[in-house]
Design a protein around this ligand. Structure first.
Ligand code: GLN
Length: 255
């Protein structure tokens, strides 16, 4: 079978709080189904051909890394990512990567970094850092589900009219700590503030990305073989319960 082509952007500069675990999860869930998947790591100086990619992962990083990555991303890769998404490819971007896929990100020092423009969002510095576990309700994929993750950002992201939020925060700050939204969705592209790693504890999202990527690769709709996600679901439920519990009421040692 022709392999899914996963491009991991700037793994050397933009990968914090377990972001790489998302790539490992995608690799493993494809392998468990005997679906070949190849990972190409691209960094500063590398170019991206939009016809060579089915799935993009762009992780988080701090302002310093983002200011290094931003000019290279705009010059060498952003247009290709946007074109690939228009052609049906999938994207998962987290925090710093999500911010750089918006219209712009302004650093804490006031430097405005132009973004790739995939998402109609703008990110600006905020007065405080949002750090902690996040619980999000989403209907992405049709049915109500929860996503759990960990956020650590001072940037606040505001959605424009050409993008919809990934979900609504139940616990945590999400996009900006004000309007209750978290993340952004445009076609097969997802941006979010959820580190963690995100995908091991939210396996349906990993499968959504793989389904999109495989359909793009094969040029026809696909349905993935289900996996036994008992362990992953138990992990999700345990963490969601813990996040929802009011402070001080979490039983120590229960998880
Ligand atoms: N530098 C960005 C912020 O603090 C992104 C941080 C991150 O990727 N965790 O908002």
């Amino acid at each position: 079978m022709t392999p899914i082509r996963l491009v991991h952007l700037y793994p050397d500069l933009m990968s914090v709080y377990g972001d790489r675990g998302n790539v490992l999860t995608l690799m493993r869930r494809a392998e468990w189904r005997n679906i070949p998947l190849v990972v190409t790591e691209l960094s500063v100086g590398d170019t991206l051909d939009p016809s060579d990619v089915d799935l993009v992962f762009f992780g988080g990083g701090q302002d310093r890394e983002q200011s290094v990555v931003s000019p290279d991303f705009l010059a060498q890769k952003a247009a290709a990512v946007c074109q690939a998404v228009e052609d049906g490819a999938a994207v998962l971007s987290v925090c710093g990567g999500y911010q750089l896929l918006g219209a712009s990100y302004t650093t804490v020092d006031g430097q405005e970094l132009p973004g790739g423009g995939l998402f109609d969002v703008r990110s600006v510095p905020g007065p405080r850092r949002h750090i902690g576990n996040v619980l999000v309700e989403t209907t992405l994929g049709g049915q109500p589900r929860t996503l759990i993750g960990f956020e650590n950002h001072s940037g606040r992201t505001y959605l424009g009219t050409d993008v919809r939020p990934l979900g609504r925060v139940v616990v945590g700050a999400g996009n900006n700590g004000e309007d209750g939204t978290e993340g952004a969705v445009y076609r097969g592209a997802i941006g979010c503030y959820l580190h963690g790693s995100l995908l091991p504890k939210n396996p349906w999202l990993a499968d959504r990305l793989l389904t999109q990527a495989l359909a793009h690769r094969l040029g026809e709709p696909v349905t993935l073989e289900p996996l036994d996600d008992t362990l992953e679901e138990d992990a999700h439920t345990a963490v969601a319960t813990r996040i929802r519990a009011p402070r001080g009421r979490v039983r120590s040692g229960a998880w």
